[in-house]
Design a protein around this ligand. Sequence first.
Ligand code: AMP
Ligand code: MG
Length: 520
Amino acid sequence: MKLHIHNTFTAELPADPNKNNTRRKVFDACFSYVIPRIPSNPKLVHVADDVAELLEVKKDMNSEEFLTIFSGKKVYPSTQPYAMCYGGHQFGHWAGQLGDGRAINLAEVIANGKRWALQLKGAGETPYSRTADGLAVLRSSIREHLCSEAMFYLGVPTTRSLSLITTGDEVLRDMLYDGNQAYEKGAVICRVASSFIRFGNFQILAARKEIDNLKKLADYTIKYFYTHIKTEGAQKYIDFFQQVVTASLKMVIHWQRVGFVHGVMNTDNMSILGLTIDYGPYGWLEGYDPHWTPNTTDSQHHRYAYGNQPGITLWNLVQLANALYPLINEAKPLEAILEQYQKDFDKEYVDMMARKIGIVQVNESVERLIEGLEKNLQATETDMTIFFRELARVQKKNTSQEAFQKIHKAFYKPLEVSGATAEMWNQWFTLYISLLQQEEQTDEARKFKMYEVNPKYVLRNYMAQIAIDEATKGKYDIIEELYQVLKRPYDEQPEFEKWYAKRPEWARHKVGCSMLSCSS
Ligand code: AMP
Ligand code: MG
């Protein structure tokens, strides 16, 4: 297997001189060198063949070398793996140093003319492991591997996942944080992204007043990942911040569009490139509910609930602005950018929702229509994915009753859709159809465009859980099946119709489906 190694992060940023793998605070450095743990009996479970292709290693997918390198068993020749130092705000509170506690960067490679960082997750302890073991279980690794790829094919900016490998080792976890510990199968995935730098990498340097290093990290990030910024001095960092705001806004608009709930939007889980990163207790909206969060750790405050994600993105950006401030020394331009975020978000959100309902000419009536829709979708439990997909079948000639029938299968409790609720829908469809009639596009053209933004297949919480339950028994077919379905989320794929279904009742309150903790 030939990887074209080209390290820049370790070559250009300050290293921790201490090479011992002891848990500690690491000062005056952006990373520490570490060696992955040797797994006792690594076995390949799944490879995302498109990612292998991206990295020019597809022909090596089934080789022994692939397995040894991407399980952490062997270090690739002439490379020096490392863990990054970062801090972060967790659930709104500054947590100090966090860092790659169970992520180990193998190297940066150039493949097909592009730069990629390769990172193992679950490959053992690092100086940043704090009180934990640096390992990951099969359950959470399946979730991250499949969801990274599903998000990519949905068109959502994300880190990717090359491979899923079981280690042959047992990992002790208290899955629900209720005192019931149990051994689970250990696993390692190899994540792939242009860079894994997070807001928290900047925050830790600012918090420690390591301003020289802060500047080095910002200059490095701009040089490689925001290459079009050509300004100098303070303006350079203002422009950088603006670009990160734009990228983060774009990411969260996509989340809202597909119904993805990240679950742990701490600032250490915010990529500086606006990529979705760190798939933990994430979930997908089934019933459309802005207050829903899959994360039981957040069940009291719902800080990271679906409807809060845009506001939390802004909150996190404020923390990034504070971290970059020492390079700018002027609050006004940063404040102006943050104020603009809210305005831009409001506009982008309406545009995105208008696309979801297939309307081209956005005006005040459309804004009212969208507000009304959000209210109706919450009136009774309504499946978000099915609703928007079926809505595309509505035609200009339909009566509001006929249109309503077309989306009927999105309701979880059809009997509740009567009286006032039915009347709300009747009024909504009357307005909707009248707006469709004012548009030039044909029903067929609208349907086609709506299908491009409203996926038919998403990684519903229960689907991931079925893959996990099977994998625990040593059967991995469902992982491959879901990987294939989710590669073409906007296509009809009648052969996979069974995955286009509302959450089954057994999954309503099942652990792993509606309830997830950070334990992974
Ligand atoms: P999270 O918010 O789950 O992404 O993780 C918060 C911090 O805890 C990060 O610094 C992680 O690297 C660290 N962490 C999470 N799980 C483990 C683990 N099993 N072993 C070591 N560190 C971990
Ligand atoms: Mg994290």
